[in-house]
Design a protein around this ligand. Structure first.
Ligand SMILES: Cc1cc2nc3c(=O)[nH]c(=O)nc-3n(C[C@H](O)[C@H](O)[C@H](O)COP(=O)(O)O)c2cc1C
Length: 178
């Protein structure tokens, strides 16, 4: 259960800086620049060797990445807006262009160059992605205020039942309302 404000903290991508990464053909990071490390909250060493979904944010619909992979596998350029997860649970938005890296005319890796996004565009895409996730996964985000006592009870129940707190809240809501 997210009782921390950390998840709502946005890191701004500076206008003059480019976040750059490369992956092998299966999406494992082979190169990360200093800016990528700084913005994502990881060190370069922590990023290299990891799957690129290390920065996948739960607000991103699956279909966006399916489309990304289908596009780059056809050796076309994918362009789009992505909300990414920082190592501390915060987030950052980027406009990304993902394409192939070629040696002697042969596709050997993929690369992504990312730049900042205007606030109005972030709002538009947050709404668009929320709608997509509702359609595709039947999931919606809710932000609510619950009393400290109730939170303690939920945490206890989760511990007792070996479940996570979100599952407990969902079960309680579904049992009592429907
Ligand atoms: C060069 C390259 C850069 C990528 N950059 C990101 C990124 O910044 N954030 C992200 O969530 N996925 C990125 N992806 C897509 C991930 O590989 C992955 O498909 C995505 O995070 C969804 O995770 P999943 O495939 O495990 O569902 C990138 C892929 C490539 C090839």
């Amino acid at each position: 259960m997210l009782t921390s404000y950390q998840t709502f903290i946005e890191t701004q991508v500076p206008k003059e800086k480019l976040i750059i990464s490369r992956t092998n053909l299966s999406g494992i990071i082979t190169y990360a620049n200093e800016v990528f490390a700084e913005i994502s909250g990881y060190s370069i060493e922590e990023l290299v060797g990891q799957p690129h979904n290390i920065v996948r944010h739960p607000d991103m619909p699956k279909s966006v990445f399916e489309n990304l992979w289908a596009t780059i596998k056809k050796e076309e350029i994918w362009k789009g807006y992505v909300k990414n997860l920082r190592s501390d649970g915060g987030y950052y938005w980027v406009y990304a262009e993902v394409s192939g890296v070629y040696r002697d005319g042969k596709l050997i890796e993929y690369k992504s160059l990312r730049s900042p996004v205007d606030t109005s565009v972030k709002i538009l895409f947050q709404e668009k992605y929320d709608d997509l996730r509702a359609q595709e996964e039947g999931v919606m985000r809710i932000v609510s205020n619950i009393s400290v006592d109730t939170v303690a009870k939920i945490k206890n129940l989760a511990k007792q039942e070996g479940k996570n707190e979100d599952q407990i809240i969902t079960e309680i809501l579904e049992d009592s309302l429907f």
